[in-house]
Design a protein around this ligand. Structure first.
Ligand code: N01
Length: 501
């Protein structure tokens, strides 16, 4: 431990002027942290330390272990461009396979070697031109650059429902699945009908005695065109790596130009998404009453579109009931709804989502002039091009606020963001700069343009509420086509930045 502190404090001279490597702290060893290490090293930045609060890499794929966990982005695209893999068992991978892939890539590329596991970063304080990092153990160290790779949805949101603590059965959040509890033959309740709930309900309903689905708002969903890859096909892909690369780009382009384009104004795509959702509902839910209850009153893709083929058959099965009456309170025996019914349960699963405004919080991040990040954001996190914030020099975010998240591979987005950060580091190196941060006026102009553009996206025009909305009353998302964002990441405009040194 002492060794790390000493190594991190060899001197106060700014790295680019002193002609040495920048000491870079990366917070989080999920997929964006892994991407950062591999790409930074390849670009020649080798003095890297990763801080990971848990005992393994993997981020969201380590935290989420619920039954049915899978990724609705095709496997051949949901992977690192520098570590394409031929051997995927399915077109859409299940959670354990993705977690194994993350661990393998982290091992193969030496990420685990430089990761300090079980080490939570609790404070980051900027004193020109360095960042002072404090861990949960009270250890302190100094870095030239900090990269936040914490992900977005990592703080479970527990519903504020009266009596929740009084439930006498087993109760847990979807992201804290209790594997010691056997659901077989039990009366199970699931609160929520988002992407997570849909996967859990699809997987668990056939095993349980009763499945009670507590739906506050219906969701649009399309079928997931899942398929098993044959060993023969995987062998062929392995033998001809060009097929891996072709598949990667094929899925990237398809998603960019279809579902993603549909959310930011492409009317043809919007109509196609709506049609696919309606057809899915009509095809897979025979009971007209049930279909009515499952039909949203807002436009498809307004909330994050769900890709799931198991949910409708599960909720239509004889042991399932869809409860649309609102929850009044939770009692020791189960869930009481406003119509007075008590839904008696053995197990209650809270598939109620996450705090979408967390990002690097609750780490206390203090920028220039003592500006506290949580205070600055005040529930409406903003960043310049989703990666940087004025008054927080040499601090970069992967998957930061207002990025193009949604039905896209976040791995690709992270990789492009790392390329952007590398351009900034190269600039600092070439010009001997001490610090780099967005100009407040560039940040304001960018965010004003986003606030205007977002009004015509389906996230607002679609007429729904979702976790995309923050305290500003607007969705915390990139309002233009995601390929524009990818271009921006590869063409940084340094005139938007304050370059000091
Ligand atoms: O969470 P959510 P999630 N009483 O916030 C309901 C990603 N993901 O974990 O719609 C009753 O979407 C809430 O109801 P309402 C993906 O980006 C990806 O499912 O607010 N109900 C909603 O139904 C996704 O968008 C994959 O009215 C309450 C649900 O809980 C994101 O994670 C797989 C309630 C929360 O849905 C989050 O998905 C899974 C209350 N008090 C997830 N509070 C992939 O395949 C909340 N709800 C890549």
């Amino acid at each position: 431990m002492t060794e790390t502190v000493q190594a991190a404090n060899p001197g106060n001279a700014p790295w680019a002027k002193a002609g040495r490597q920048p000491r870079i702290a990366i917070v989080g060893a999920g997929m964006s942290g892994i991407a950062a290490v591999v790409k930074l090293r390849k670009a020649g930045y080798t003095d890297l330390t990763v801080f990971e609060k848990a005992d393994r890499v993997g981020g969201t794929w380590r935290e989420n272990t619920y039954p049915g966990l899978s990724c609705d982005i095709p496997s051949r695209w949901y992977c690192f461009s520098f570590a394409l893999q031929a051997q995927w068992s399915h077109r859409y991978s299940y959670g354990p396979e993705i977690q194994a892939y993350m661990e393998k890539v982290a091992r193969d590329f030496g990420v685990t070697d430089i990761t300090r596991f079980n080490t939570r970063v609790t404070e980051l304080t900027y004193t020109h031109p360095h960042w002072h990092l404090t861990t949960g153990d009270g250890e302190q160290a100094q870095y030239d650059v900090v990269i936040s790779a914490t992900g977005i949805l990592h703080q479970p949101a527990y519903p504020a429902i009266e009596g929740l603590a009084s439930f006498s059965g087993d109760c847990f959040h979807s992201a804290r699945w209790d594997h010691s509890v056997d659901v077989t033959g039990k009366r199970v309740g699931v609160i929520g009908t988002g992407s997570t709930a849909a996967q859990i309900i699809g997987a668990v309903t056939p095993q349980v005695q009763e499945m009670h689905v507590f739906q506050r708002t219906p969701q649009w969903m399309v079928e997931l065109p899942q398929k098993t890859y044959s060993p023969r096909w995987n062998k062929l892909v392995q033998r001809f790596p060009v097929l891996q690369r072709l598949s990667y780009h094929y899925y990237l382009q398809i998603l960019l130009h279809t579902f993603s384009a549909g959310t930011v104004g492409n009317k043809t795509m919007q109509r196609l998404i709506s049609w696919l959702c309606r057809r899915n509902l009509e095809k897979n839910v025979a009971d007209p009453e049930l279909r009515k209850k499952l039909t949203p009153n807002y436009q498809a893709a307004c909330k994050r579109l769900i890709f799931c083929s198991d949910f409708y058959p599960a909720v239509s099965s004889p042991n399932a009931s869809l409860v649309t009456e609102h929850i009044e309170r939770i009692e020791p025996a189960g869930v009481r709804t406003v119509d007075g019914s008590l839904h008696e349960l053995d197990i209650l699963v809270l598939a109620t989502g996450f705090d979408p405004g967390a990002f690097i919080l609750p780490t206390k991040v203090t920028g220039e002039n003592g500006v506290d990040l949580a205070t600055r954001w005040a529930g409406a996190p903003r960043a310049h091009r989703a990666v940087a914030i004025p008054d927080y020099p040499n601090f970069w975010m992967l998957e930061g606020p207002t990025g193009p998240v949604g039905n896209l591979s976040l791995i690709t987005i992270s990789e492009y963001q790392v390329d952007y950060i590398i351009s900034m580091l190269d600039k600092m190196k070439a010009e001997g700069l001490d610090a780099i941060s967005p100009k407040p006026e560039a940040f304001d102009d960018y965010n004003a343009a986003m606030a205007e553009a977002i009004k015509s996206t389906v996230w607002i025009t679609g007429g729904c509420d979702s976790w995309y909305f923050d305290a500003s009353g607007l969705p915390n998302l990139y309002p233009w086509k995601p390929n524009r964002y990818l271009r921006e990441m590869h063409n940084p405009d340094f005139s938007e930045y304050r370059l000091s040194g």
